[in-house]
Design a protein around this ligand. Structure first.
Ligand code: PHB
Length: 559
């Protein structure tokens, strides 16, 4: 097959990536299409088409005039993380190390002349900043920077010097706390020379007063620094030297274990690829019915080659060890080889992919496409837009709650007309036994735990209809567990009826409940339930899909 000219790139993909970068840099929800025109230099019509395509792909959500990145976009960063070999057992070891040291522990990789976090386990944080997966720091302001800069060539040093000389470009490092750098930041070249001698690097309040960190390199088989393992603390607990003395032996031993792990296992974390897009032998992920349907629906407003390019980026998540050949990427995406190759060229030019010989792999810069911002989402924030959509769909109030002791606790809510005497706000609690959501949550517990909670607070009659007999409640919960849904008819308040379904994590555990509440009316309860269940189930599935993507490589805070 003839090689294509190197200049050939996929313009809609380039533009889509530029729009995603601009969206990622903006304050959440603060960007409108007009701002994107200014930020990217693209024509308004182009921006509109890119946004329409990203909305159709589920990566962007429009609320009024505002544009929001969705958790589904994290599939791109997850593809890099999956291919990096730094998830699974490696990440689990960093969690154990943080427990053992009782300090925060992180893993970071070099990204150009920057330092990009790929794992973060926070313990006893006492500083204003907390970095997340995907955050980027300048090398002169953190411990890993001195370890990574040791491998720089002259060109990279020159680029770094030019950037530093150009002055503080905070927009390049949105994770840095605002304000000037400390006055006495030591010279990076001196820190590199020092850490070469000692084998570790120190951050003595380079980011903000009080924050100290010690980092050691984790090397690959060829001796190159693959990532840095850091322990992070505060001057209220240690001096910088004291932290080094306390943690270095364990950090070094752990880096040794990680080196063995990384050398031994270029295979996928946990065995099989976790998403279909990453299974090179799975059903093709693009150019199949959904892309064709989107094209048919949106016509010229759907940029098919942007959809294809992002599918190639996701498919790079199937790369292990040295990477994937073009054939594997073409078959994973269902694209002709020439199309997949053009997408790869564009991704390489933008810094999101690289190849060695025939093998392609994703690069850590993929994480700049919204991953850090989305890493901060709590479960409540993930659920909220779905709850709002459900309310718009059924014209009734919808809520998400979690179990807190024997109560349900509201974490997301969208109300229509008020049907209850008390105003429900986030943080409102009700006794679990008298509510449909509480029953879903109790039914999701292991039997002994369920039993214990039922006996803990003897149920009280809140209305004449409240079920208060513990044995009867236990039977109700059995049925809820079997049916996957619960009802409560005027048991919490007269005139109020509620139908609820569970929201499960990727392991299948019930982590929350979703309900719709309405006036009891005169219709039979079963009719109300059957009318609401399809919308409830679809909404729960949409929340679950976002949660599973967001929680694939990191803990999502509940609530
Ligand atoms: C962090 O993980 O938060 C961290 C790591 C190294 C530093 C500073 C912070 O130098």
């Amino acid at each position: 097959m003839p090689e294509e000219p190197a200049s050939e790139s996929v313009r809609p993909l380039e533009r889509g990536l530029a729009v995603l970068r601009a969206l990622a840099l903006a304050e959440p929800g603060r960007l409108r299409a007009g701002d994107l025109v200014r930020a990217t230099g693209l024509a308004r019509a182009t921006v509109d088409r890119v946004v329409a395509t990203l909305v159709r792909l589920g990566h962007v959500r429009v609320r009024g005039q505002e544009l929001h990145l969705t958790p589904r976009l994290m599939e791109l960063g997850n593809a890099y993380l999956a291919a990096s070999g730094l998830t699974g057992e490696v990440a689990e070891r960093t969690v154990r190390l943080a427990d053992e040291l009782d300090e925060s522990v992180s893993l970071a990789v070099p990204d150009g002349d920057g330092v990009r976090f790929v794992a973060q386990v926070a313990r006893r944080r006492a500083m204003s900043v907390a970095f997340r997966i995907g955050d980027l720091l300048p090398p002169e302001r953190c411990a890993p920077g001195a370890l990574f800069a040791d491998a720089w060539d002259e060109e990279r040093w020159a680029a770094w010097r030019a950037r530093v000389a150009a002055g503080p470009a905070e927009s390049a490092f949105p994770a840095l706390p605002p304000g000037p750098a400390p006055a006495d930041v030591p010279d990076l070249a001196d820190r590199v020379a020092r850490s070469r001698e000692t084998g570790w690097a120190l951050d003595d309040q380079l980011i903000e007063p009080g924050l100290i960190a010690v980092a050691v390199p984790v090397r690959d088989g060829a001796g190159r620094v693959r990532c840095a393992l850091s322990a992070v603390s505060h001057t209220s607990r240690h001096t910088a030297e004291g932290l080094a003395a306390a943690v270095l032996p364990r950090l070094r031993a752990e880096a040794g274990h990680l080196e063995v792990l990384l050398a031994a296992d270029p295979g996928p974390p946990g065995g099989a690829p976790a998403t279909p897009a990453e299974a090179t032998d799975a059903a093709p992920d693009t150019d199949t019915d959904s892309v064709a349907a989107a094209k048919a629906e949106l016509g010229p407003d759907f940029l098919r080659s942007l959809a294809r390019g992002l599918a190639v980026l996701r498919a790079l998540g199937g790369a292990r060890g040295d990477g994937l050949p073009l054939t594997a990427l073409a078959s994973a995406t269902g694209l002709p080889r020439a199309t997949a190759r053009r997408c790869l060229r564009t991704l390489e030019r933008a810094g999101y992919a690289a190849h060695d010989g025939r093998l392609y792999r994703p690069l850590p810069r993929v994480l700049e496409l919204g991953h850090a911002a989305l890493s901060r989402l709590t479960f409540a924030e993930i659920a909220e837009p779905h709850v709002r959509e459900l309310t718009e769909r059924v014209h009734q109030s919808a809520s998400v709650t979690v179990l807190d002791g024997t109560d349900i606790l509201y974490v997301a809510r969208a109300a229509t007309v008020r049907v209850m005497s008390v105003r429900i706000t986030l943080g409102t609690r009700f006794p679990a036994y008298a509510t449909a959501m509480g029953r879903v949550l109790l039914a999701g517990l292991p039997a002994p735990e369920r039993e214990r909670l039922l006996r803990q607070v003897p149920p009280r009659a809140l209305t004449p209809l409240t079920v208060t007999d513990t044995d009867e409640l236990a039977r109700v919960l059995e049925r809820v567990a079997a049916d996957g849904c619960a009802t409560a008819d005027q048991e919490l308040e007269e005139g109020l009826r509620s139908v609820a379904v569970p929201v499960r994590d990727a392991a299948g555990r019930v982590v929350a409940a979703l309900n719709v509440a309405r006036h009891a009316g005169t219709a039979p309860l079963a009719e109300t339930r059957d009318a609401l269940l399809p919308a409830l189930r679809e909404t729960a599935a949409a929340i679950e899909a976002d949660l599973h993507t967001a929680a694939r490589f990191q803990a999502v805070r509940l609530p």
